[in-house]
Write a protein that binds this ligand. Sequence first.
Ligand code: PRX
Length: 664
Amino acid sequence: MSTPSSSIESTLVENRVFEPSEAIRKAARISGMEAYNALCAEAEKDFEGFWAQRARETLTWSKPFTKVLDESNKPFYKWFEDGELNASFNCLDRHMGTPVENKTAIIFEADGGEVTKVTYKELLAKVSQFANALKARGVKKGDRVVIYMPMTIEGVVAMQACARIGATHSVVFGGFSAKALQERIQDAGAVAVITANYQLRGGKELPLKSIVDEGIAMGGCDTIKDVIVFQRTPTACNMVAGRDSFMHDVMEGQSTDCPAEMVSAEHPLFVLYTSGSTGKPKGVQHSTGGYLLWANLTMNWTFDLKDNDVFWCTADIGWITGHSYVAYGPLAAGATQIVFEGVPTYPNAGRFWQMIEKHKCTIFYTAPTAIRSLIKAAEGDEKVHPKNWDLTSLRLMGSVGEPINPEAWMWYYKHVGGERCPIVDTFWQTETGGHMITPLPGATPLVPGSCTLPLPGITTAIVDETGNDVPNGAGGILVVKKPWPSMIRTIWGDPERFKKSYFPEELKGYYLAGDGAVRSADRGYFRITGRIDDVLNVSGHRMGTMEIESALVGKTDLVAEAAVVGRPDDLTGEAIVAFVVLKRSRPTGDEAKAIAKELRDWVGKEIGPIAKPKDIRFGDNLPKTRSGKIMRRLLRSIAKGEAITQDTSTLENPAILDQLSENN
Ligand code: PRX
């Protein structure tokens, strides 16, 4: 069980409550707790009828569904299966002939500050043209396409174009290494990769295409027939004859009209890889109908979207947040959104505030790790404090990806939101497709550090190890009791792992989120206490400890054994600490530093820079029980610098604890 950051513990005594103002409540779609409770009661009374009505109202179907939920092969639930629709049609075509047609869909701000805007009509033309280009290259319904692109309009176009022709996309975050990319291409059996020559971040030009080349060259990617390259910068890149082409070349001459391919609601819209508790990332498979329903509906519920909103979700399209709240949700809901290529600290840590002012952003959705780093920057330099910008356009703010500590919440509320804007602390996961537990801005009284209550129709609960409810105030395992439309459908190519990971028998068939949680005694509000499996959350990025361990022991010339744990970190939430036994004697001093650097770079190459351990400790051995099991709870204490108070009587080699506690 990974330990949540200590500062989060202060929520236990949190008693500040922020009620929605009268004005916000009156203007909201779900207005007041009575309205929220009424929706929950409606879902409780007629579960399928509740979802059917939302699906009919929220989406446009080319063929209406006749059955809502198929539970005949649990836990492989199916929603709206005989209905047909297309996700791209629902994000673009559906708005044609309405006032949204000529509305700005995307305000793109490049790393260097240049701004490009596209309307819904223009975006539809681009997506159609690229969809036609993909078809001309032989990409068809059911094929998998890997997208390895920067945050750009073209990244969204690539995703939408795949959806338009019924190809299943798998976006790989641009920070992942060649090896990680190769594994994902292989696992998905992708026919094409869409990438860019370079990406621009923080004033630097970083390669993408050469990483694709390197990944494919590692072998096992024979399914790839095409690599399509968006030319982001003028810099040349290597192009392989017969395989590689430029996006602008393949689009040239293609029609801007491409009728959307209608697919079953259960057709896999995308597969997105995420970390689990084994070394191998899981390809989380999402549906078309249920997923899009939730992406759209939560835009209206959680963000209470209005026609004139300027929505900004800062997440990268390589993560689920960038799927649901950049590539699909805002477009399906007809919003104007900001897409940002760069990083929050370039050219200085005032960039977010400057952009909110410049684009008159009204809804801002970001991660606690970004907030914490901007607090630190503002405390160190007055000039990048949000008070220097006019942020009065903001009316609502959100948080996602990790627990937000009350101190950061209060700063965000006060200095960014001007004590005027509600904060929706949205708890959800790659697997859930969209928000699960979150305040509603016009209804829920806010408590800093708490994601409050589940959305209507979402049956989250806290149970013990046998699946029985625990009382409020007692901690336990977070589960979802009933299926929901946007839930993960399976793990790509591994249905057994899907069943085992998410629906363990002892939990009565409930969905196991993998987080610990506690409900407050007074309001029944949920507070997430952190992962209960071997998954870490570093700057809101999910990392499997086993994944990092297998990367480390993959350095076979050097490493004999490795164990990775998390340690609370004020800035990144958790930090990665690796305990390593080398095949040679234990290094100290400068030699230890040099080897630690070598290993860090190695992990960067194996997985990506986000997986590099912050701290590497060397030992002659690891603390093990007599039966040879590594005692991770002891390593967690050592990583935190805590005195060992746990029982060490089963330990084979107690002296090792002192050695590992030393900083070598
Ligand atoms: O531990 C929870 C944490 O992030 C995990 C999901 O990570 P991922 O699939 O990468 O999706 C992140 C974006 C949705 C969860 O199991 N988490 C996410 N949101 C919150 C959170 N923890 C506390 N509060 C949140 N609001």
